[in-house]
Design a protein around this ligand. Structure first.
Ligand code: SF4
Length: 366
């Protein structure tokens, strides 16, 4: 039985002395179990138990964000290749029976699906309903927030990289800042909690917006998270030396705020800090410079029914085919287990031979 090369996240890394650290389990993480262990859960060969399912319900989006949609702007998937609402709810039901407790609906832009409230209601009606969250660019949320909340949506993450109209247009390719802000306010008014804001800082683009974004979020009681730019598509090739790192962001924030680390990160991708003693919180998702793969419990399902055990993986397992062939729950469960079992130890961005996923972020989902 070969011992896989120790992945980067096996080395204990600290953002800084007072920041919460990602503790890795000793022993098991370095040795891959040779064959799947019979389990009623979604466990990978490193022993990580998966409870978080991210379902991309479409690859269509009204925006063209620089770090997400490739320059050639790929044609969206034909509608017949997209999972139907019934297929999505069935896949989620089987996953919940295997221990999934959190479901996040993503895209492209999930609000582009007219039947999104039905999908939310179908998941909320499951015998032991999971927590239901949404990741959106906010365009259209002003019209749908209340209806989605009534259908069973609990929380929402809205992408917002700047509160400056011109820079918003530059980054997203569209003059829609007002619509995104209206969506955020509607989510807050609809009682969705928490309302989190996701900001990707691009060097020479919006890195000077960090403080104005924090001010905006604090004023609305939203939790802002800065996400390191990742090699997942986008208008230009990703370069590691062109990254606004998590540490650089924190240095900017500490110049104005007192940041107190919050313990108990668990499986969450974000490290979090109280701002000026609270209640405001800010987070950083440092997938590149401080990877957190050791505690990853996320599995993804694309809009065309492909399972991806890692955001950066290039291996997909087909769930839509068995679904459309009328596979029973046990067969579908085996496909889910098999996908998780084959999960790589981590994203391997710093490993020689790393290849970004062939599928762009716009067709994977957050
Ligand atoms: S890169 Fe892959 S393994 Fe690492 S946290 Fe993200 S999804 Fe999980």
């Amino acid at each position: 039985m070969s011992v896989a090369a120790a992945p980067a996240w096996l080395d204990e890394e600290r953002l800084d002395e007072s920041a919460p650290v990602v503790r890795v389990r000793q022993g098991l993480d370095a040795t891959r179990q040779a064959r799947p262990q019979p389990s009623a859960q979604l466990v990978d060969s490193f022993g990580r138990v998966h409870r978080d399912l991210r379902v991309s319900v479409t690859d269509r989006c009204p925006l063209r964000c620089a770090y997400c949609v490739p320059l050639d702007d790929p044609r969206p998937l034909p509608r017949r290749d997209l999972m139907t609402a019934g297929e999505i709810v069935k896949a989620v039901r089987v996953a919940v029976e295997l221990g999934v407790t959190r479901v996040r609906l993503t895209g492209g832009e999930p609000l582009q699906r007219p039947d999104l409230p039905d999908i939310v209601a179908g998941i909320a009606a499951l015998p032991s309903p999971p927590q239901i969250a949404l990741t959106t660019c906010g365009i259209g949320l002003d019209r749908l927030a209340r209806r989605l909340a009534r259908a069973g949506l609990g929380r929402v993450n809205v992408s917002l990289d700047t509160v400056d109209r011109d820079r918003f247009k530059l980054i997203t390719g569209r003059d829609r800042l007002a619509d995104a802000l209206a969506g955020i306010d509607a989510a807050c008014a609809a009682g969705l909690r928490p309302v989190k804001l996701n900001a990707v800082l691009l060097p020479g683009g919006n890195e000077d917006d960090a403080l104005s974004l924090v001010e905006f979020a604090l004023a609305r009681g939203c939790e802002l998270r800065f996400i390191e730019y990742m090699p997942l598509g986008g208008r230009r090739p990703w370069r590691r030396d062109q990254l606004v790192t998590a540490d650089a962001v924190l240095d900017r924030l500490r110049a104005r705020y007192r940041l107190t680390p919050l313990p108990g990160r668990g499986h969450s991708p974000a490290a979090r800090w109280l701002v000026d003693g609270g209640p405001g919180v800010v987070g950083v998702i440092a997938a590149v410079t401080h990877p957190f793969c050791g505690d990853c419990d996320r599995l993804r399902l694309t809009a065309d029914g492909q399972l991806r055990s890692c955001l950066f993986g290039n291996v997909e397992h087909d769930l839509l085919g068995p679904l459309r062939r009328g596979a029973d729950d046990a067969e579908l469960a085996d496909v889910l287990r098999g996908s998780v079992w084959a999960k790589p130890p981590g994203h391997g961005i710093d490993q020689p031979g790393f290849h970004p996923p062939s599928r762009p972020m716009s067709a994977i989902g957050g």
